[in-house]
Design a protein around this ligand. Structure first.
Ligand code: ZN
Length: 190
């Protein structure tokens, strides 16, 4: 069995049946991230068709301006999602500095939620790797795993290879406890 840590099954449209057929045929357990509530709902409807897809909720950095003022309303979706993603920062495709502050607010919110709910984070960090590393580091003990390179993403046949490059950030609760002071934990999660 393979694991595809980052796919967008809500985007396939007419190619969806073929994509599902491929992951079932090759036994590729696929994490289908979403970029907004609409994408999450669509992905969840799709994952009922197969045991090989797991849908997760996040607000993509490109959508940060839209949802920046609605974060509290998204809480039920965050709570329901088994992991958090796609979230992150993108300073490459969105170079306007005034947009970056909104992105960071939304990203921070989701990272805190993910840490407090002990959920894996699926992160987009295009052109913003230093800030992503800094934020994860400041929140305490978040491990990072680079996963899926252009060369290794041979299971992504229908989606542009670039979209298959992703990072998973996860935390070990014991590692986090050892690195974060009780006060930090208290501030973050309560
Ligand atoms: Zn993506």
């Amino acid at each position: 069995m393979y694991i595809d840590a980052h796919a967008h099954f809500d985007k396939y449209d007419s190619q969806l049946p073929q994509a599902i057929k491929e992951i079932e045929q090759h036994e590729i357990f696929t994490i289908s991230v979403s970029m907004d509530p609409e994408g999450y709902a669509k992905s969840k409807a799709i994952d009922k068709q197969t045991k090989w897809i797991l849908s997760t909720f996040g607000v993509h950095p490109w959508n940060a301006p839209t949802f920046h003022s609605q974060l509290e309303a998204l809480q039920p979706l965050i709570d329901a999602s088994p992991m958090i993603g796609e979230i992150g920062l993108d300073y490459h495709f969105i170079p306007e500095p005034e947009n970056h502050a909104l992105q960071r607010d939304v990203f921070l919110h989701f990272v805190k939620q993910g840490i407090c709910q002990k959920k894996i984070l699926n992160i987009h960090s295009k052109g913003a790797e230093a800030d992503v590393d800094r934020i994860l580091g400041e929140l305490g003990g978040v491990g990072q795993l680079s996963i899926g390179t252009r060369e290794r993403s041979s299971n992504c046949t229908l989606w542009p290879k670039r979209a298959c490059i992703s990072r998973l950030a996860w935390r070990s609760s014991s590692a986090l406890r050892s690195k974060r002071s009780p006060n930090q934990s208290h501030r973050l999660c309560y």
